[in-house]
Every structure is written in structure tokens, then in C-alpha cells.
Design a protein around this ligand. Structure first.
Ligand code: ASP
Length: 418
């Protein structure tokens, strides 16, 4: 047992991925019989959705209290987080529309659970008018909303509770503490569930390889490639551009200064675990003042996740293409809003992006079975998403520091000599 746990999780997951493909390939359609193991893994993931969103969104909104105190640093950072988050989802949507990664999978051969089909059908039939859409996001019964895992109204409810806590000031503190501590507890629970990943990945990959065959594997390979491409574009264009044109600092110096944190984030797939290294790089190598770095980077590790936002857009299109769900422009807008919110709500831990897929998929009628298809390859993509996420935190910290006179530019320039 101990020997098993001593192997880093990501290595166990990659081994399970390869083994799953080989076993599925040799076993053929019979491999479907072990899909139940993957289904159990996904059922545990679904279990996390409601409490994770509820606790972390409320705590996230309530932390805006500190933002007010920080004034000019706070609103600039928040603006950059939101604008880049939106741009990232649209990038994911653009890549998914152009490359059609899910088109290679014939989702009709995947047994959908009846409830998912029912939901998709209902959605098509009601082809809701604007009024219905608004009514649907009002959480008329919060408990019902949670029981139905109805994510849109849950988000509205969470935002309102967060605002209520802010308005209650000191009297809201005890409730705030409950949510802050609740979100830490939920992160720990998620980590326990993530220990199931190797088994889930093995079973799901065997199932995909055995029943859907090489075409499906190719499609998944393409999704991994597009995820890396999207993240690379965000890092090079969004962050490179931000450093060069808004912060007006040397781009190479920035990347040299942050490279340690990038390496740690890639291997841990956790923005939270990387936080101490990101902070050290920002202060020591990039010349960001302590107050700006600690505020922007710790807030960013929880809410600024552009790699995750991009992926949520891309993965939703992947699912829609695989299961032949037609999406129109209003769906794209819904995805862009939910992708950004999902990235804010995702905790900085491995697999958080996978959990947030439930949020986006449900709202636009993409079957949740898509999660079973992509869960096997999520870890490899998560590593790159996380690297993108933490690089974004550092880029925003440098930019905000440069704009507010909190940057030691000589330090950043000398990152060249490191
Ligand atoms: N693992 C990512 C992070 O920690 C979140 C995700 O799963 O996309 O930033």
C-alpha cells in the first residue's frame, strides 16, 4: 500500500492510461465489462460538484472584501483575470469549432444513461424562449436546485450568499469562516477521490480502446494536442502580450523568472501546491512587491485559471461533436460565461477542471458521458492547464505591479542572468 502511494499520482495515472489502452485493444468489446469501475469513479466526481461549487464560489465572492481594501491593485487584477478568462474560453471554442476533435467519435454507440437522454431531449423540445431561460436560473428552491445538481441556479444562489456575507460585514464573519473552511475540506475530499483516478482511468481507457477502437483513440489524441496548443497560445500570446504591451517589461526575462514554477505546476497539476514556488519566483526573480505578489498570486491560484477556461470551451465542443448535439450562438455565449465561472469555481487541485465540466455540459445539453470519454486523458491535459494557470497568475501580478509602481524592473531584467 505504502509503496503504491509513494509513486507520484501522475505516474500511476499515466501507467494506468497506457495499460488500459493495451488491455482494451487486446480484449476488444469485452472490455466494456470493466467500465463499471470508471463509472464509479465518475459518480464520485459528480458527488463533488455541488458542495465544491457552493463552498468555493461563496468563499471566492466573499473574498472580494479584501479586494476593496486593496483598491487599485484589486480591481486591476480582477479585470485582467476576467478579461483573459473570457478570451481563453473563446479561444477554446474557436479551436474546437475549427478542428472538430469530437467528430471522429461515434457517440451513438455509447450507451447513454436514460436521464441524460431525457434531459437532452427536454432541452431540444423546450427550445426555451428568453423568459424561460431567465426563470430557469432563479433558484426558487435552493435545496431542490442542489438535489437536482442544477448548476446555473446554484451559481446564482452561491453568488447571492457571497454578496450577503459581504453586506453583513463583521456579523457575516462566522458564516464566511464556515464557507472558507468548507472549501478547504472539499479540496481534501477531492484529493481522496482523485486517488481513484488510476483505477478509473485504466477501466475507461480499456473501454474506449476495446469498444470504440482506434478512431476514438485518435480523436482523444487530437483533443490532447489541441489542449496543449490552446494553452501554448495563451502563454505566448495572452501573457507575452500582457508583459510586453501593458506591463512594458522584457518577455524573455519574465519567462526565465517563472520557469521554476512552471516546472513544478506541470508535474503536480495543482496551482495550490505550486503557490509557494510561484510566490517566490514573482518576488525574487520578477521583482513584484510582497504585498502585490501575495494578494494577486494567492487569489489567482484559486480563481484565475485560463488554461481551465480554455479547456472547458474545447471539451464542451468535443462532447457536442461526439454526441451530435447542435449548438447555436446562444449556447456559445452560455459556454463562455459558464466556462469563466467554472474556472473561477474550480479549486487549484488536480482534476478540478474535470469536475467543472459537469457545470458547462449540463447547461447546454452535452451528455455527461463525455466525461467518461475524456477522463482517461484528463491528467495529461491537466498538467498543461495548470502550467498555463499559474503563469497567468504571475503575468497578472507583474502587470498590476508595473501599473501601480510596485515592480522592481531591474530585478525582472536581471532574471536574464539566472
Ligand atoms: N489542476 C488545475 C489547477 O490546479 C485545475 C484544473 O483541473 O484545470 O490549476
Amino acid at each position: 500500500m505504502n509503496a503504491w502511494l509513494r509513486i507520484p499520482l501522475w505516474q500511476r495515472v499515466i501507467a494506468a492510461l497506457i495499460l488500459g489502452i493495451v488491455v482494451g485493444y487486446l480484449w476488444g468489446p469485452g472490455a466494456a465489462s470493466i467500465k463499471i469501475v470508471g463509472d464509479i469513479f465518475i459518480a464520485f466526481i459528480k458527488m463533488l460538484v455541488v458542495p465544491l461549487i457552493f463552498f468555493s464560489l461563496v468563499a471566492g465572492v466573499a473574498s472580494i472584501g479584501d479586494l476593496r481594501k486593496l483598491g487599485s491593485v484589486g480591481w486591476r487584477a480582477m479585470l485582467l483575470f476576467l478579461v483573459t478568462g473570457q478570451m481563453a474560453v473563446w479561444l477554446g471554442l474557436a479551436i474546437g469549432t475549427l478542428a472538430q476533435p469530437g467528430a471522429g467519435i461515434d457517440g451513438s454507440s455509447v450507451a447513454l444513461d436514460a436521464a441524460a437522454l431525457e434531459r437532452a431531449r427536454e432541452r431540444q423540445e423546450t427550445a426555451q424562449g428568453f423568459e424561460q431561460m431567465i426563470l430557469d436560473i432563479v433558484p426558487s428552491s435552493p435545496v431542490q436546485v442542489m438535489a437536482d445538481v442544477n448548476v446555473l441556479p446554484l451559481i446564482v444562489f452561491s453568488l447571492l450568499i457571497g454578496i450577503g456575507i459581504l453586506m453583513a460585514k463583521e456579523e457575516g464573519d462566522p458564516v464566511l469562516k464556515i464557507f472558507e473552511s468548507g472549501s478547504v475540506v472539499m479540496q481534501k475530499v477531492t484529493m481522496v477521490v482523485m486517488e481513484l483516478t488510476p483505477f478509473g482511468v485504466f477501466a475507461l481507457m480499456a473501454w474506449v480502446a476495446g469498444t470504440l477502437g482506434i478512431d476514438a483513440l485518435k480523436a482523444l489524441g487530437q483533443l490532447v494536442f489541441l489542449n496543449y496548443l490552446g494553452c501554448a497560445l495563451i502563454i505566448a500570446l495572452f501573457y507575452g502580450g500582457m508583459i510586453k504591451f501593458i506591463a512594458r517589461q522584457p518577455v524573455v526575462g519574465f519567462f526565465r523568472g517563472i520557469v521554476d514554477a512552471m516546472a513544478v505546476s506541470y508535474s503536480t497539476a495543482s496551482s495550490n501546491a505550486t503557490l509557494p514556488v510561484t510566490l517566490r519566483c514573482a518576488e525574487r526573480n520578477l521583482g513584484v512587491s510582497n504585498s502585490v505578489a501575495s494578494f494577486v498570486i494567492s487569489l489567482g491560484a484559486t480563481i484565475n485559471m485560463n488554461g481551465t477556461a480554455m479547456y472547458l470551451g474545447l471539451a464542451t465542443l468535443f462532447g457536442a461533436q461526439a454526441f451530435n448535439v447542435q449548438l447555436d450562438m446562444s449556447d456559445y455565449v452560455t459556454i463562455s460565461i459558464l466556462g469563466t465561472l467554472g474556472a473561477i469555481g474550480a479549486a487549484g487541485i488536480p482534476g478540478a477542471g474535470l469536475i467543472m465540466m459537469v457545470l458547462v455540459f449540463g447547461a447546454v445539453g452535452v451528455p455527461l458521458e463525455t466525461i467518461a470519454l475524456v477522463a482517461g486523458i484528463d491528467r495529461i491535459m491537466d498538467m498543461m492547464r495548470t502550467t498555463t494557470n499559474i503563469t497567468g497568475d504571475a503575468a497578472v501580478a507583474v502587470t498590476v505591479a508595473a501599473l501601480t509602481g510596485e515592480l522592481d524592473a531591474a530585478e525582472l531584467a536581471s532574471a536574464d542572468d539566472i
